[in-house]
Ligand binder design. Structure first.
Ligand code: FAD
Length: 225
């Protein structure tokens, strides 16, 4: 990642969003503002040769305070680091990085699929679309093993009330494959954004391609697997 911008921030708040999900607000220190596109991430060096990356949960509208959100159940170095964040802690990072972003010039209808914490970049994208005046059709299929893992559910219920052409489809239990099969609209004129583990990305892509969507119209962000 030579040439990638580097930054330093200070944790100003942390919140628990569930038994194993933590949100952290980072106030940018150097540089004092982070310009990024919704869907991008920062990389955090934890030790020599140990790096973990986290997507921005907040939107590009806030450049001085940026929110990250992590599932800390995996309990590896990244989870331990995230659990240990307290107000006042310094965070060094590289970024913003990543190309899992919505192209506003693309006339196609976005169809988002998220698996649990995979919702983080998609939350930023959806809130950003709304904040910047997008009024077209958009669908979110959001799968979680149970209700506790449906983080940010309230945000999407609220968005669905404010944006009549946004269709919010939370799904608890069953498989991602079944959920997408049941809920995908006509794939004509659709572009899909899928985030989560590798199995979810593969399952969603298979269903969408079987419906006739071409491979390149399925954009994805693989968190693990
Ligand atoms: C582009 C990108 C963006 C990411 N954004 C986020 C984000 O916003 N929030 C976030 O929590 N994570 C995000 N991740 C994943 C994150 O970088 C770490 O991999 C994650 O926090 C686990 O790190 P760890 O060191 O605790 O566990 P590791 O030691 O890296 O992993 C332990 C095991 O758990 C598996 N695993 C990792 N994450 C999960 C998970 N969520 N569910 C089930 N199994 C898992 C791994 O495959 C591995 O087998 C992102 C990853 C990528 C590549």
């Amino acid at each position: 990642m030579a040439g990638t911008p580097e930054g330093r921030a200070v944790v100003v708040a942390t919140r628990s969003l569930g038994a194993d999900v933590i949100e952290a607000d980072l106030r940018m220190d150097d540089p004092p503002a982070l310009s990024f596109r919704a869907g991008q991430w920062v990389s955090v060096p934890l030790a020599p040769k140990t790096v973990r990356v986290y997507s921005m949960a907040s939107t590009p509208r806030s450049t001085s305070v940026v929110t990250l959100c992590a599932d800390v159940a995996p309990a590896g170095p990244g989870s331990r680091w995230f659990r240990g964040l307290v107000p006042g802690a310094e965070v060094s990072f590289k970024g913003p990085l990543g190309g899992f972003v919505v192209d506003r010039a693309d006339p196609r209808r976005p169809f988002f699929v998220a698996e649990e914490v995979g919702i983080v970049p998609i939350r930023s994208m959806l809130l950003d679309l709304h904040e910047t005046g997008f009024e077209g059709d958009a669908t979110l299929v959001y799968w979680a093993r149970d209700r506790d893992w449906l983080i940010y559910d309230d945000d999407f219920l609220d968005l669905a009330r404010r944006a009549p052409r946004f269709s919010y489809c939370p799904v608890v239990g069953g498989t991602v494959s079944d959920a997408v099969t049941r809920l995908v609209p006509d794939v004509n004129g659709l572009v899909a954004y899928v985030a989560g583990g590798a199995a979810t990305i593969n399952a969603a892509r298979e269903v969408l391609m079987a419906r006739g969507l071409d491979r390149k119209s399925v954009k994805w962000e693989k968190f693990y697997g």
